[in-house]
Design a binder for this molecule. Structure first.
Ligand SMILES: O=c1[nH]cc([C@@H]2O[C@H](COP(=O)(O)O)[C@@H](O)[C@H]2O)c(=O)[nH]1
Ligand SMILES: [Mg+2]
Length: 232
């Protein structure tokens, strides 16, 4: 059979979370629009594209500085935490997320996760998806993991999870899935191939560096990266 493989074969997979597995980016947009409006600012996709994927600490520093907000980082985090608690548990899994993760897990493909979030916010977001997120090991929350010194777009956001797989794969054996430019940069800096599944509203000129760019996880063909094909 003609090889359906189009890319270098991989043996391990590391998924991003926000905006890739979990539909949280529109919630983030809503929270940040509410945060900046009282100061006469709008939270637009130019700013959002720069923030997606970074740790909460980085995000706070960036937004306060970029819009010269008259609030402290503590006030930013306090306000956001309150709105996340109210809104994030309603986040649904994105189309195709469950299918691809359960398929890889069933075929014993090691599946990890790396999110810019910290452990506390991760728990809030996954309130209604506890069983599903047990499928990921290793699971790295860059915002609170002492080994992650920088986080996305730096390589450590993907190198740290790669080193935590028991069989210690070479980063080139790992395939990353991301929705943000920072996340794609992080995976590429780590020497990994990366499938980008960008938000419909993300400027497509920022989506040119992914090994493969898809509109949805539902369009992913595992065999193109040497992974087990879906059972027909
Ligand atoms: O509009 C935004 N979306 C997302 C983030 C940040 O990106 C992280 C999502 O990371 P990831 O996509 O790697 O799961 C969130 O924890 C948050 O810190 C942000 O600052 N602003
Ligand atoms: Mg993301």
């Amino acid at each position: 059979m003609a090889s359906t493989r189009k890319f270098k074969p991989v043996t391990h997979v590391i998924f991003d979370m926000d905006g890739l597995l979990l539909d949280t980016e529109d919630i983030y947009t809503k929270v940040f629009e509410e945060l900046v409006a009282p100061y006469g600012h709008t939270f637009d996709w130019t700013i959002k594209a720069r923030m997606m994927g970074v740790t909460p600490q980085e995000g706070a520093r960036y937004l306060i500085q970029k819009l010269d907000l008259p609030i402290t980082e503590e006030q930013y985090h306090e306000w956001c935490a309150k709105r996340y608690a109210e809104l994030m548990p309603t986040a649904k899994l994105l189309p195709g997320a469950e299918k691809v993760v359960r398929h890889l897990h069933k075929h014993k493909v090691p599946v990890g996760l790396s999110t810019g979030s910290d452990a506390e916010k991760f728990n809030t977001k996954t309130t209604n998806h506890r069983e599903f997120f047990k499928l990921f090991d290793p699971l790295v929350t860059c915002g609170s993991d002492p080994e992650v010194k920088h986080g996305k777009p730096h390589a450590d956001a993907f190198l740290v999870p790669a080193t935590r797989f028991p069989d210690k794969p070479d980063p080139a054996q790992c395939l990353a899935f991301e929705d943000s430019p920072n996340g794609v940069d992080s995976a590429l800096n780590a020497g990994m191939q990366v499938v980008m599944v960008p938000h419909p509203k993300l400027d497509r000129s920022l989506c040119t560096k992914g090994t493969l760019v898809l509109d949805s996880l539902e369009d992913f063909c595992p065999e193109e990266f040497g992974l087990p094909a879906y059972d027909s």
